[in-house]
Design a protein around this ligand. Structure first.
Ligand SMILES: Cc1cc2nc3c(=O)[nH]c(=O)nc-3n(C[C@H](O)[C@H](O)[C@H](O)COP(=O)(O)OP(=O)(O)OC[C@H]3O[C@@H](n4cnc5c(N)ncnc54)[C@H](O)[C@@H]3O)c2cc1C
Length: 500
């Protein structure tokens, strides 16, 4: 039986560790049943953002009215938009081509399934055996896919997911009407895209609010802004589907009142969360433990319960973002390939993300509730777009529905615990907090932060490097720019839960 020094299972983010292994001259195998590049390249981050940007442009053009410019959208060139999107997805062929030239690499084009002690069998879609081999070291990076809830009649009526949308169900033109089941990140991105392209969109969400990972006031703000362009049914469960006159009819039930209503649409997008791909991998057969939802259990070194088998990316069930996988890969490469014994740990305390809906959302660290639940004494600051010169210049005015904000949460030593932004450039603006949250952690000297609020004795404030606000507080901030929005949030910090 063939044996490899390093086996990477899953050709998404996992390929970066494979590349290092090959550069080190190891005998490697890669197992991948689908397009190389994984979800992010083929059916996630990258193609979705190629659709989000034109949708942003449409909404920006509408917003321009507020600053005295009236723009008429003449045409949405769906063909060009689609062509640009497929040109990026098709980069997977270049990756495949590149892999075919790598010395020391065997590529298996099928599903890897553990079949015994560090042993794997590869099968095609029909279960046909494509080979069995052993591996000294394995990296599990098989990701996840859309979770499909049991809804009566859904299979018979047909539906799309993010996978089939960026595959054989990509529409020839935007649908006339679309129901989106789910109100999370993927749902609100698709809702923004298609509502901007003229589709009549309805979101059906079982929970009381959209994007429930976010601060409640951010969910509320998003809902108020999306409402002008689409229908949002929160507290509604998708119950059953049937087809009538070529339209899909979804019956939804209000979880509070029990009231039912029917929504007719040309297509149904199911975006109700993700499920693990370990059902095909069967990691338990080699002694790798998974949790009750099938996500692989890893420790802080990204090790699984089985020696010399590591796991990265979505399949560990934590923060399912490509940049989180990239971060884990940096740590993993040190742990797998380093000569010294010292192991490196992952730290998820400042995982950032953005939700590319309209308005955009940026998130890092804890929400206010999470911070309080964890026992922190906190101060919270909020700053609105209209309050900075650039925000007003861009048409944001007090008490208007689109006047977004930054919410900053710090502990009593002014160490940043979380930052949440909703409005233009949220993804860019939140990043400065991420950098600060990751700066330092080695210094043991407390210093004067020179903040106006003198609630906290200096000696118990955080050192200036460890996630403190000092670099913002002691910097000049380009005026008038959106940086003032985030920087000046410091000035609005007020105690929310501080013992005096
Ligand atoms: C619509 C959408 C939009 C997104 N937008 C963003 C975004 O804007 N920013 C962001 O950071 N993240 C985004 N994400 C998430 C991001 O795509 C994932 O976090 C990232 O792709 C995870 O990488 P991964 O390597 O863990 O898994 P994947 O990229 O999913 O790779 C796993 C690979 O394993 C293969 N595989 C599955 N089973 C087996 C098996 N048994 N044997 C061998 N191979 C197997 C799969 O075919 C796949 O190629 C988005 C996701 C979706 C769905």
């Amino acid at each position: 039986m063939e044996s490899y020094e390093l086996v990477v299972v899953g050709g998404g983010s996992g390929m970066s560790v494979l590349s290092r292994g090959l550069n080190l001259g190891l005998k490697c195998a890669l197992v991948e049943p689908d397009k190389f590049g994984g979800t992010c390249l083929n059916r996630g981050c990258i193609p979705s953002k190629i659709l989000v940007y034109p949708a942003d442009v449409i909404r920006e053009a509408e917003h321009a009215r507020k600053v005295g410019i009236k723009v008429r959208i003449e045409e949405i060139d769906w063909e060009l938009i689609g062509k640009r999107m497929w040109s990026r997805i098709n980069m997977n062929k270049r990756i495949e081509n590149g892999l075919s030239k790598r010395k020391g690499l065997t590529v298996y084009r099928g599903f890897g399934e553990f079949s015994g002690e560090r042993e794997m069998i590869v099968k095609d879609n029909d279960g046909k055996d494509l080979g069995t081999f052993k591996g000294e070291k394995f990296v599990i990076a098989v990701g996840g896919r859309s979770f499909i809830p049991p809804i009566r009649g859904l299979n018979e009526a047909g539906y799309i997911t993010s996978e089939s949308f960026f595959g054989d169900k990509f529409p020839k033109k935007p649908w006339k009407s679309l129901v989106i089941i789910g109100g999370g990140v993927i749902a609100v991105e698709f809702a923004h895209v298609f509502s901007a392209f003229g589709t009549e969109v309805t979101i059906v969400e079982m929970l009381p609010r959209l994007v429930s990972t976010e601060e409640p006031e951010i969910s509320k703000f998003l809902e108020k802004n999306l409402k002008d362009n689409l229908t949002i049914l929160t507290n509604n469960r998708a119950d059953k589907v049937h087809v009538e006159n070529n339209l899909k009819v979804l019956t939804v039930k209000n979880t509070k009142t029990g009231e039912e209503q029917e929504i007719k649409a040309e297509e149904i997008l199911v975006a109700t969360g993700r499920r693990s791909n370990t059902d095909t991998l069967k990691p338990e057969k080699t002694g790798v433990n998974v949790n009750e939802r099938g996500w692989v259990i890893t420790n802080e070194y990204l090790e699984t319960s089985k020696e010399n088998i590591w796991c990265v990316g979505d399949v560990n069930g934590l923060y399912q973002f490509r940049h989180k996988a990239n971060y884990e890969l940096r740590i993993l490469k040190k742990n797998i390939f380093s000569d010294n014994e010292e192991k490196h740990m992952v730290d998820y305390s400042s995982v950032p993300w953005a939700i590319f809906t309209y308005p955009q959302i940026g998130h890092v660290g804890m929400t206010e509730t999470e911070a309080i639940e964890k026992g922190y004494e906190i101060l919270v600051g909020k700053h609105y777009y209209h309050e900075v010169a650039k925000g007003f210049a861009m048409g944001f005015e007090e008490n208007e529905v689109d006047d977004g904000f930054v919410k900053l949460i710090v502990d009593k030593s002014y160490k940043i615990l979380g930052a949440h932004i909703v409005g233009p450039f949220a993804a860019i603006l939140v990043q400065q907090f991420v950098y600060l949250m990751n700066a330092g952690f080695t210094c043991d000297k407390a210093e004067d932060l020179d903040l106006d609020l003198d609630l906290i004795p200096k000696d118990i404030r955080a050192c200036p490097e460890a996630g403190a606000l000092t670099p913002i507080n002691s910097s000049m901030i380009i005026h008038p720019s959106m940086n003032e929005l985030t920087a000046w949030a410091i000035g609005s910090l007020k105690p929310v839960k501080i013992k005096k």
